[in-house]
Design a protein around this ligand. Structure first.
Ligand SMILES: N[C@@H](CCC(=O)N[C@@H](CS)C(=O)NCC(=O)O)C(=O)O
Length: 342
């Protein structure tokens, strides 16, 4: 009897929460530190298109623009963000120790990273899979033909784990050459220390364009894993996590609405209630996050929607030339899907 009364009380509390009674978001240590410092510290990699300094030393790229969008959310200024590259091996420990506020470095969301290792992930920003890059002269068409191959993998990546699973599953053997530094990793491949380079396919496609003779190599069409690349933050700051979540969603939602850098101001006149909330004409969402009500309008006007960010840095007209593939809005058959802005 007593326990059922308790159960009823508990159900009542849940009901109150679902009716929208305020649950105060505790100010978290990461967001506090960011505000006190005046800049967001972002860990990145070095693959051009995703993240690389241009000839003026200014960071550019698909992941870099997500960092700038966060700087708009927190400071209303896309420049209040600092990018530092670190190897895949060093990144997660550096995030854990507070060297970064977030990793925007093509990190894959996995169960162990989300539990034992103590990281939360924001929404997937790029759906990827692990690929195999091989010299054409090897004459190989699929991974199952690679029995006995020497394979270069980068230390601390999911690639290091997946490739072992792949060969085991194929009842084949391989010799891993495990290298931490990206430049050395690629050089080991071109100098013939390994037959195969394996990593996220996006990274291999970018790496291939940078090899001395790209046409001597082929990225095999198969993908041996799922690599959902997402922003990573350490445990302990709910508010920071939700800002990260909804800034990414905003870029995705803007594309679904058809709101672009060029027409963002025009959309301010829309009488669609969802769009008015999204752009802050109706301030309810910005107020809920304790952010400038126009925050998502400013992000789209400054950086563009997800599709524009994608096309500018990694799309068909860029040197890396990626297709949208899974990275399309769900309305066009892709996997990008924002929860409602309400
Ligand atoms: N997604 C994999 C690999 C991440 C990764 O290392 N990705 C590339 C980025 S495209 C990288 O950082 N390469 C080295 C670099 O850019 O310096 C993981 O989470 O373990």
């Amino acid at each position: 009897m007593r326990s059922s009364i308790k159960g009823l009380l508990f159900a009542g509390l849940l009901g109150a929460a679902s009716l929208g009674l305020a649950v105060p978001a505790a100010a978290g240590p990461t967001l506090d530190a960011i505000k006190a410092r005046g800049v967001i510290k972002v860990g990145v990699g070095t693959a051009p298109g995703f993240f690389s300094p241009d000839s003026n030393g200014r960071w550019q790229g698909f992941f870099v623009d997500i960092g700038r969008a966060l700087a708009i959310a927190v400071f209303n200024d896309p420049e209040k963000v600092q990018f530092v590259s670190a190897s895949p091996q060093q990144r997660l420990p550096a995030l854990q120790s507070g060297e970064f506020d977030i990793l925007l470095s093509a990190v894959t969301q996995t169960a162990v990273r989300s539990s034992k290792l103590g990281f939360h992930f924001g929404p997937v920003v790029f759906y990827d899979g692990q690929g195999l890059l091989v010299p054409k002269k090897l004459g190989v068409n699929k991974g199952s033909e690679l029995n006995g191959a020497t394979v270069c993998v980068q230390t601390g990546t999911t690639g290091e784990l997946n490739i072992a699973d792949f060969f085991r599953q194929n009842k084949a053997t391989f010799k891993p050459v495990v290298i931490e530094e990206t430049a050395e990793f690629r050089k080991a491949f071109t100098s013939g220390r390994c037959d195969v380079l394996t990593q996220d396919a996006s990274d291999l496609a970018i790496a291939r364009t940078q090899l001395p003779s790209p046409n001597d190599y082929v990225l095999l069409p198969e993908r041996i894993s799922k690599e959902p690349l997402a922003p990573a933050i350490r445990y302990g700051d709910d508010q920071w996590l939700e800002i990260v979540n909804w800034v990414v969603y905003a870029t995705i939602q803007a594309e679904e609405f058809g709101i672009t850098q060029a027409n963002a101001d025009e959309f301010l006149k829309s009488d669609n209630p969802s769009i008015r909330r999204f752009l802050g004409v109706d301030p309810v969402i910005g107020e809920a996050f304790k952010l400038d009500p126009k925050v998502f309008h400013t992000i789209v006007k400054t950086l563009g929607n997800y599709g524009e960010i994608f096309e500018r840095h990694i799309g068909k007209a860029t040197p890396v030339g990626f297709e949208r593939g899974y990275n399309q809005p769900w309305t066009k058959g892709g996997l990008l899907y924002s929860p409602p802005f309400r």
